[in-house]
Design a protein around this ligand. Structure first.
Ligand code: HEM
Length: 224
């Protein structure tokens, strides 16, 4: 049963990462030619913000994609245990990519939200939670608090993966014509990201000891 649930969760992770990759591909395909040729986009087009502020947008998207693709390797327990030196080195890279993407999620997403003020607020709340989780994960591992490190890394990853869930909700809300595309963004951000924060907490509650430490090791105790 445990194995079946884990397999299902990993399948979900794969699907959500694929969704994010597809949307990133669409972005590059749409914005790339305009940015490279210096062609301005129409003011009310979706891509206007991406084409007008490419540095802000792509310093969010490119490190975010690399973070999202790299993080599962870091969280995969068997790989981590077999390649611990790689885990430590690659971890610094993945964490830095996550931080850069998170900072630019705020710099781009708060002032230039397609869906208006409620989307900006969701970006500020969940983007800050993403950054705080990464920073606390780093602080924990510097203090050799392995269990705490894993918990904060899981929380950050849950939010990062939530980016795929936002697109699912935009698809549901706008695709079923419940809301126009622009108005579907804010609820999709709130519902999609809240779901992922809660799912992350549920996972940590269900698998509190999946970090390879002895079952009775305390979360705030430095590992030996
Ligand atoms: C860490 C992994 C992340 C990846 C791979 C990622 C990827 C992307 C991509 C591909 C887009 C373009 C979306 C599109 O064209 O449909 C985008 C936009 C955006 N992202 Fe992220 N993102 C990540 C994390 C975050 C986080 C943590 C937040 C904050 C909650 C965030 C907030 C935003 C916002 C506000 C936009 C602009 C949406 C709009 O067009 O109005 N992202 N991201």
């Amino acid at each position: 049963m445990t194995r079946a649930i884990e397999t299902l969760v990993w399948a979900g992770v794969f699907v959500l990462i694929t969704i994010v990759l597809v949307f990133a591909g669409i972005r590059v395909g749409t914005d790339g030619p305009l940015i490279v040729t210096g062609t301005p986009s129409e003011r009310d087009a979706f891509e206007w913000r991406y084409v007008t502020y490419p540095w802000l947008a792509y310093l969010h998207i490119v490190p975010g994609i690399l973070y999202l693709v790299g993080a599962p390797l870091q969280l995969w327990r068997r790989f981590r245990e077999r390649h611990f030196t790689f885990h430590r080195r690659f971890g610094r890279v993945v964490l830095s990519l996550g931080l850069v993407s998170g900072v630019f999620a705020l710099a781009f997403g708060v002032p230039f939200a397609y869906g208006g003020a409620w989307q900006s607020l969701a970006t500020a709340v969940f983007g800050s939670w993403f950054l705080v989780s990464l920073m606390l994960a780093y602080r924990a591992i510097r203090g050799r608090r392995v269990r705490m490190h894993r918990r904060w890394m899981m929380r950050a990853f849950a939010v990062g993966l939530g980016v795929g869930m936002i697109r699912v909700w935009v698809g549901i809300l706008a695709g079923s014509q419940l809301l126009p595309l622009e108005q579907s963004f804010a609820p999709a951000f709130w519902v999609g990201l809240s779901m992922h924060v809660l799912a992350g907490e549920a996972w940590l509650w269900w698998r509190p000891n999946a970090d390879g430490l002895p079952r009775n090791a305390k979360a705030d105790q430095p590992s030996k």
